[in-house]
Design a protein around this ligand. Structure first.
Ligand code: SUG
Length: 440
């Protein structure tokens, strides 16, 4: 089995709208001018690095924004231009809500169980409803179509529709999920922040996006073999300090897990349970508050690194340059590399444009472990090679603006540019008509 990282290509409307309460970077950078072209090229450079390192790499398309269909569903009428003008009225909040390039953070697109872990021996993928944040909930329908187009062969794959929307079954995808594996076993940790039905025990500063009930439903949909699912609560203190997803404070790969003590409630019990299931082969690096304050972990994102296995079996940490520039985060990662575990080095990547909206290297990718026969059954041209990378770079350079400010979202020319671009991209990637504007 080979893990393929499906990265979201940054979209042409990448902007800073301050839409995600509880995501400190999103609030802090609200209203700044954005450079969608540079942001997309940063993402492509990360894909190229992983591809060159011999890691499986694929790409997912951005989604059409502004989302005119959503604006019409909210009661705006007339031509597309009239809809944009109406959405820009008052302070333009409606337009910003429907213009985010947030589908780039594909760690939130879905949760995946590889075929080795499921009762029917097929790969299962559950699209996330992203109900907690309105701008993100707009992604789910198109995400479902995109995955259904790629994983269309029912002999190998089952793509599940998002859970019914609503706050009780609010699901944020793989950002709240960890798959660990040793020779002793496999465990899928499903992290959740609140119950969908019981009142919260104490007042919360920031939203708990994932519910326990959603995690349980996703685990059922994925058809995991008995005993593989392990639900666990996120530490409410961590969420209130800005860890809106589990992958802000914890990440793992096969037999290695690194986490902050505030990632999960009762982290010692979590570690003991993982040891019971996975044995001594599991290696762990736990950061304590005294070594690495949550505040630093949230701003520098060392846990939002990708941990990848190279063809020689050793691991590398793909970390954001913000972690290199933070003394506490860098020292923690240096301790990881020096430790008794399979990690042999750190590669620093600049994904600053995404980071300024709270999305590090790990947010930008969805991990999908696939068997060779399953890779051969992918029904779109999404696996990255040198030719596709060059085409994507040229695509971004031809179609993306290098500056976008709030008022530009109402520019009717932007909508035309985005549709022209995504129409071309759906052909480059052989995806068929997956976007709203391509469908009746
Ligand atoms: O959902 N930011 C995203 C960041 C997602 C990060 N993903 C993971 N941790 N896996 C979010 O909060 C900000 C958009 C804006 O404010 O313009 C935003 O949606």
């Amino acid at each position: 089995m080979r893990e393929i990282n499906f990265d979201g290509l940054v979209g042409p409307t990448h902007n800073y709208a301050g839409l995600s309460r509880g995501n400190l970077a999103s609030s802090e950078h609200s209203g700044r001018p954005a450079n969608p072209r540079a942001a997309a090229l940063q993402g492509l450079a990360k894909m190229e690095l992983l591809h060159r390192m011999g890691v499986g790499q694929a790409v997912l398309p951005p989604q059409p924004r502004p989302d005119v269909r959503a604006l019409r569903a909210l009661g705006l009428r007339g031509t597309d231009d009239a809809v944009l003008r109406a959405a820009a009225r008052d302070d333009g909040h409606l337009l910003r809500l429907c213009s985010s390039a947030s589908s780039m953070w594909t760690a939130n697109a879905a949760t995946v169980a590889p075929s080795a872990d499921t009762v029917d021996g097929r790969m299962h993928l559950a699209v996330a409803n992203l109900s907690a944040m309105f701008h993100r909930s707009l992604e789910a329908a198109t995400t479902h179509r995109v995955f259904s187009a790629i994983f269309s062969d029912p002999r190998w794959f089952e793509v599940h529709a998002p859970l019914p929307s609503g706050s009780a079954f609010s699901d944020e995808g793989a950002a709240n999920h960890l798959r660990l594996k040793t020779t002793a076993g496999t465990t899928h940790v499903f992290a959740w922040g609140r119950s969908g039905f019981e009142p919260e025990g104490r007042p919360a500063r920031f939203p708990r996006r994932q519910t326990r009930e959603a995690s349980a439903a996703v685990a059922r949909l994925l058809c995991l073999r008995d005993g593989l699912a392990m639900p666990w609560e996120q530490d409410p203190a961590g969420i209130d300090l800005g860890a809106f997803h589990t992958d802000v404070l914890a990440t793992g790969n096969e037999s290695f897990l690194m986490l902050h003590e505030h990632a999960f409630s009762h982290h010692r019990d979590l570690v003991a349970e993982l040891r019971r299931r996975l044995g001594d082969e599991l290696s762990l690096a736990v950061a304590h508050e005294s070594e690495l304050p949550v505040r630093d972990a949230v701003s520098a994102y060392p846990f939002n690194s990708q941990i990848v296995t190279l063809p020689d079996g050793t691991m590398r940490v793909i970390a954001p340059t913000e972690s290199r520039d933070s003394d506490t985060a860098r020292r923690f990662l240096e301790r990881v590399v020096a430790g008794d575990n399979p990690v042999r080095g750190v590669e620093w990547v600049d994904v600053n444009a995404s980071m300024e909206n709270g999305g590090g290297p790990a947010c930008l990718r969805l991990r999908i472990p696939l068997e060779p026969t399953e890779i051969a059954a992918l029904a779109a041209r999404v696996l990255v090679d040198d030719v596709l990378l060059a085409e994507l770079r040229s695509f971004v350079e031809r179609h993306y603006r290098d500056r976008l400010v709030r008022d530009d979202l109402a520019d009717p020319a932007l909508l035309v540019e985005v549709r022209t671009a995504l129409d071309e991209l759906s052909r480059i990637l052989s995806l068929g008509s997956v976007f709203d504007f391509q469908r009746p």
